[in-house]
Design a protein around this ligand. Structure first.
Ligand code: C5P
Length: 219
């Protein structure tokens, strides 16, 4: 009842898809923390800020209102009242977000927001460091993985629906680079929490992954 459910894992492992379904089934809030890092990245790119300049990024953040509205089918994202829900999925944002996510100040800020959202439980939160850092006391921690080939293929199919036609090999490269950056950064890198349960989704469909996680939640 009113649990905190943390779902972490590398890029394109299916976290957001299953997290959304599980939240809907349990009547919980769904929180996509990647969207928060993406929103900051989008704004920094728009303002042409050097993404490695922590001071400049923090200055921008303090002057910017970023709003998340949890909801169906997607969590809506706004910067200074402009909706950027779609824009944060653009390839330019995807390929720059790991740089922003490595900034300690940004992580600190977003972690505070994420903990606030989760304080009353009843939430499924997906990201990279939820089980390890943001919600270390979450009752359920899942670490979703899949082979890089499988993940690239999933991303490819998703992209086609959005009219993006990046080839499979490039996607594979991009996913590998992002995972590498996310796992090697100094501040709360992508890691499986000691008490997280690893679920390899390589040869599972969405329904099977959802069933598996609900089984873990029920225990
Ligand atoms: O989940 P998604 O692929 O949208 O996340 C985008 C990026 O945001 C990740 O590649 C990572 O750099 C960053 N991120 C993070 N910590 C989280 C969630 C996302 O560093 N909890």
């Amino acid at each position: 009842k009113d649990l905190q459910i943390a779902i972490d894992g590398p890029a394109s492992a299916g976290k957001s898809t299953v997290a959304k379904i599980i939240a809907a089934k349990l009547g919980y809030i769904y929180c996509d923390t990647g969207a928060m890092y993406r929103a900051v990245t989008y704004k920094a790119l728009q303002d042409r800020i050097d993404l490695t300049d922590e001071q400049a990024v923090m200055q921008m953040l303090s002057d910017t209102k970023i709003t998340f509205i949890p909801g169906e089918p997607v969590q809506k994202v706004f910067v200074n009242n402009q909706e950027i829900t779609k824009e944060i999925r653009q390839p330019e944002v995807t390929n720059s977000v790991s740089t922003i996510a490595a900034l300690q100040g940004v992580r600190k800020r977003l972690t505070v927001d994420q903990r606030k959202l989760a304080e009353n439980g009843g939430i499924v939160m997906d990201g990279r460091d939820i089980g390890s850092t943001v919600l270390p006391n979450a009752q359920v921690k899942i670490f979703l993985i899949a082979s890089v080939d499988e993940r690239a293929e999933r991303r490819y199919k998703e992209n086609i629906q959005k009219g993006i036609t990046t080839d499979l090999e490039t996607l594979k490269q991009e996913i590998a680079v992002r995972d590498q950056k996310d796992s090697t950064r100094k501040v709360s890198p992508l890691t499986k929490a000691d008490d997280a349960i690893e679920v390899d989704t390589t040869s599972m469909n969405i329904e099977q992954v959802v069933a598996k996680i609900l089984e873990i939640v029920a225990k």
